[in-house]
Design a protein around this ligand. Structure first.
Ligand code: NAI
Length: 363
């Protein structure tokens, strides 16, 4: 059986090969491609019965139909989010489609904390200053996190881990979630979103991207936030209306922004563009703010999470090969949602980043 791995970086190959060697089923031949899966790159999967994909690979109706026509029968997502998959088409074609529902949720929550700490205490700027022999403190003033209010929007696996972390720091933790976890009552208080936005010094987003959550942070919700509050997004870029956030940063209504995800990230993230001219003016504007911190979708990127992703991916493949029930199948879907709006005409088109509204929150 041949498996085509798309969007493969050297680290993917390292952990997938490690898992493949420990895999009980022999005869799996993995071929790795750094290219993302699109209509144009489908021929790379020639002769493969399975493909393995990541967050920015395109799995719309046309791509799924073409994969199926070329003999692919199994689609293995090495991520939790499946907003890039046309579920209805995939199921209609009878494709086996499975994901890795959770891999070290603490890794993403810890990255959110790292971003808060960096922005709040300006360690990114202090690091550069000290290396230049500048030990002045002016401009590095932060706040003590102990006693501050942190609002967690979406208290599933990652949001719950974030709630526990901030509770441990002595923060008051508020959560907003239509299906809050009862066991979080010891560390957090459930409140309506508007109350959370009005009270929190730090708002951290951990809910999935769906039509109902797209641009949940917009001009109106930003106006409801506590003036000068920090916004953190390690979930999906489409939760935020970036143009509105830029206006809120300019007016100082928003005090700081930390993002690990960006609505048009498919054109940028996971690749070295240091010698390119980046045409995304919205993204470039974000980088000009001293109080904005951007990382390139690395929240999940720990040894433990990579091992978990690789091993669950091969477990899913084993279910397919051995015709066993798979606990990680993608749910039956509704029609694919509308594509993400493009914030600036200069942007390249990117696939919609919307998880189907039929998602069942994990508990
Ligand atoms: P989860 O499914 O365990 O939790 C999501 C929670 O959001 C659920 O409790 C659900 O009830 C809640 N929710 C749904 N709609 C909501 C709304 N309108 N307002 C507030 N809460 C709402 O998902 P998990 O594993 O915690 O992941 C969360 C998100 O993190 C994923 O959807 C994914 O987009 C992102 N993620 C980011 C990674 C990174 O590397 N930056 C890595 C893994 C996931």
């Amino acid at each position: 059986m041949k498996l085509a791995v798309y969007s493969a970086q050297p680290y993917d190959r390292r952990f997938l090969d490690e898992a493949r060697h420990n895999f009980a089923i022999a005869g799996i031949d993995a071929v790795y491609f750094s290219d993302a899966l699109t209509l144009d790159t489908i021929p790379l999967a020639q002769g493969c019965e399975a493909v393995c994909v990541f967050v920015n690979d395109q799995l719309d109706a046309g791509v799924l139909a073409a994969l199926h026509a070329s003999g692919v029968r199994a689609v293995l997502l090495r991520c939790a989010g499946f907003n890039n998959v046309d579920l209805q088409t995939g199921h209609a074609l009878g494709l086996f489609m499975a994901r890795v529902p959770a891999y070290a949720p603490e890794a993403v929550a810890e990255h959110a904390l790292a971003m808060v700490m960096t922005l709040n205490r300006h360690t990114h700027r202090a690091y550069a200053r000290v290396r230049e022999g500048n030990f002045a403190l002016d401009g590095l003033l932060g706040m003590t996190l102990h006693g501050k209010t942190v609002g967690i929007v979406g208290a599933g696996q990652i949001g719950a881990a974030a709630a526990r972390i901030f509770h441990g720091l002595g923060c008051q933790v508020l959560i907003s979630d239509p299906m809050p976890l009862p066991q979080l009552a010891a560390v957090a208080r459930h409140v309506p979103l508007d109350q959370l936005l009005a009270s929190a010094d730090i708002v951290s987003l951990h809910c999935p991207l769906m039509d109902s959550t797209r641009h949940m942070i917009n001009a109106a919700s930003l106006a409801r936030m506590k003036p000068g509050a920090m916004l953190v997004n390690t979930s999906r870029g489409g939760l935020i209306d970036t143009a509105a956030v830029i206006e809120a940063l300019k007016s100082r209504q928003l005090g700081a922004l930390a993002i690990d995800v960006y609505e048009q990230e498919a054109c940028l993230f996971f690749h070295d563009h240091s010698s390119d001219i980046i045409a995304d003016d919205v993204f470039q504007r974000l980088l000009t703010f001293p109080n904005v911190l951007v990382t390139g979708h690395q929240g999940f990127f720990t040894i433990e999470a990579m091992r978990e992703i690789a091993s669950v991916t091969f477990d899913n493949l084993a279910c397919y090969i051995q015709h066993r029930p798979c606990p990680n199948l993608l749910p039956a879907g509704i029609a694919a949602t509308s594509p993400a709006p493009t914030p600036a005409a200069s942007l390249n088109a990117a696939p919609a980043n919307t998880e189907a509204a039929s998602i069942t929150p994990k508990k």
